[in-house]
Design a protein around this ligand. Structure first.
Ligand SMILES: Nc1ncnc2c1ncn2[C@@H]1O[C@H](COP(=O)(O)OP(=O)(O)OP(=O)(O)O)[C@@H](O)[C@H]1O
Ligand SMILES: [Mg+2]
Length: 277
């Protein structure tokens, strides 16, 4: 596949740093170069489908450069970092994110992944395709952490880093977005600007903006509780085999994830009550 992208003149390479999961990501003019991983071709096919289906708020897949790296379009805008600021905690942000995810899901709905599709995941993890509604329904993003949402004009405008994209249910994918942005975390573990937010109200606003069905509203909290449980198990497993995840674990995940499990158990009923009201 090397060399399918034709570079017009060598550009300056600027390192792009996220949370440190993927090494070697660089920007070259209007493009991003990423190391090829086992799932890269599948993600490029997915991104191509999204484009063809009219979803343009994700990187455009541009093939491979002559060093064999994946080439994507650079998405202009600002990527927030922890601790998240007050202006990202506005309800308008959550509403716009819900609309963005809705458009992603609607565009993804028509895509049947190739038979030889390969999906990413956290290191050391057993692969499971189980979703909250039974069968996988749609290929979702599955990693709406702040570093993967591009803002323009103070609002979410695009999604990047589809490394964890995989067949999932819409509800499971929404639970992931809400985990980071409602957020579904103990106040101790939130950015200070998010500590006192009315989470049930925010989840309901998100649900309205997405257009969640009655059934999706009923199963959201159980889906979120299962997801947080999986985060805990998977993060612990990843920490055993990967130094970056070992650092995430030691620097907070080991406390944050059990606290999130306890928090959703205690506050989930109030969220569901608000969602189905
Ligand atoms: N296509 C793109 N357009 C614009 N910015 C990008 C793009 N790809 C990556 N970036 C920037 O580089 C950072 C790291 O990229 P990316 O999120 O893909 O890597 P990562 O190490 O996997 O991050 P994470 O730790 O969030 O998983 C992003 O947070 C973003 O700031
Ligand atoms: Mg990222």
């Amino acid at each position: 596949m090397a060399g399918t992208y034709e570079d017009r003149g060598a550009g300056v390479e600027e390192a792009l740093a996220g949370d440190g999961v993927t090494q070697g990501i660089v920007r070259v003019a209007g493009t991003v170069r990423r190391p090829v991983r086992p799932f890269t071709a599948t993600v490029q096919a997915y991104l191509a489908h999204l484009r063809a289906a009219g979803f343009a708020d994700a990187p455009q897949p541009l093939g491979y450069d002559d060093q064999g790296r994946e080439v994507l379009s650079f998405v202009p805008g600002d990527v927030p970092r922890e601790p998240l600021t007050e202006d990202t905690a506005r309800e308008e942000v959550l509403v716009e994110l819900a609309r963005l995810v809705r458009r992603l899901h609607d565009a993804a709905q028509g895509w049947t992944p190739p038979g030889d599709a390969v999906w990413g995941g956290t290191p050391g993890r057993r692969n499971t395709n189980a979703t909250s509604d039974g069968e996988p329904q749609v290929v979702g993003h599955r990693d709406y952490c702040p570093g993967n949402v591009v803002f323009r004009g103070g609002l979410p405008a695009a999604l990047i880093d589809f490394d964890l994209a995989k067949p999932t249910s819409r509800v499971d994918d929404l639970a992931n977005a809400l985990y980071y942005w409602a957020p579904l975390l103990d106040p101790l573990d939130r950015s200070p600007a998010y500590a006192d937010l009315d989470v049930p109200r925010r989840v309901a606003l998100f649900a309205d903006a997405y257009g969640m069905t009655g059934r999706q509203r009923e199963v959201l909290v159980p889906a979120a509780a299962r997801m947080i449980g999986r985060f805990h198990v998977n993060m612990r497993a990843a920490a055993e085999v990967d130094p970056v995840f070992r650092r995430f674990w030691d620097e907070g995940a080991k406390d944050r994830l059990p606290r999130a499990e306890a928090w959703i158990h205690e506050h989930g009923p109030a969220i569901t009550a608000r969602l189905v009201a």
